[in-house]
Ligand binder design. Sequence first.
Ligand code: GUN
Ligand code: FE
Length: 418
Amino acid sequence: MLTALKGNILEALSLDTLGVHPDSYLVLEDGRVEGIYSILPESMKEAAVTDFGDALILQSFADMHLHGPQYEYTGTGMDRPLLQWLDTYAFPTEARYADTAYARRMYRVLARDLIRNGTTRVAMFSSLHTDSTLILMDELDKAGVTGYVGKVNMDRNAPPFLCETTEESEKETLRWLEGCRQFTRVKPILTPRFAPSCTDRLLAFLGKLKAERDLPVQSHLSENTNEIALVAQLFPDCGQYWEVYDKYGLFDSRTLMAHCVHSDIRERAAMRLRGVHPVHCASSNNSLMSGISPVAHMLQEGQTVCLGSDVAGGTTLSMLRTMANSISASKDRGSMMQDASQVISIEQAYFMATGASRSFFGQGIGFAEGELLHAVVLDDTDLPMFSGLTLRDRLLRAVYRLDDRHIKAVYSEGVRLL
Ligand code: GUN
Ligand code: FE
């Protein structure tokens, strides 16, 4: 069946290229992108058109780093640096997810709010609890959110109420992977919380599992200076933080590494050579006073950087706000260093929030032909439309000024969900 969305279509074609199609038709065949046309071709005249008027039609967002069980306390408890923040807020909150009924209730709200914010793709940490992780995957799957969720592995340096033995962690990871088979949209991703949370034996187990089952991996890297010092102390044979993951085969093109705030040129080169995807989490880096990531330089070096809300270190689930925060953080870094090359553009922010993660989703570029539609429709028509305002200006303004109340439609896998 032929359908079409009509409006101002904006695609992220590359880090530096915005595809702009004013007042155009995005034609779908059974939910798959057929093409973009300024005038509907004669052969498509029977297409059922949804006219969004002067609204902006964007690719929907991919949030490549967030913590499902932390969503409930987003916007609170940000008065400590990372390691103290984990002990004070993150660990006690995550412990509540031993209760599966509680998890069901909370994860349903999270799944709904992701769709409301136009996020249709995720890479998410759950807690260490297997059953609640399966519930999280079920709720995302039902809501139409696609992507990856990981049962967290943590067998040391954690409080007794949120710690597994190595044997439990191994056994529960295998049980969780069995349970994942029932889901169609949400897939498993191995999730060692971060190097300090995992023994060598557990990391070796996960590396072997990754190789055997060809699984992706997500973790944290070089977020905070005290964390980096702790890693050096716990893994004295590794010269740098990344070498811990690399030693156990957890550092390749199917790996997402959140933060990388303090990754130096050597660590960044290792990521680039192996095709590891850094995930920039500007809001969380600010909240937990971790530092300001050299994200513009990572892009200039050729890294494929994605964006993450990192709730609840981050203060918002909104990827619009996450893009704005990324641009702002880059300007803070630029101001601090009196170096304009630290600043990222709206094109770069939009690409990082959409296409940068495409290898994880088997996607092409922009609204690629033949792919199930992932799109979000933003209505900015209550803002002043002054003369000379371009669609690029409106995208930048949308990032700074719009929120979920302006989201008029969300499509995931070709289906309109909102
Ligand atoms: N490093 C290890 N665990 C976490 C977490 O929950 N949040 C953040 N921001 N960093 C981490
Ligand atoms: Fe995180």
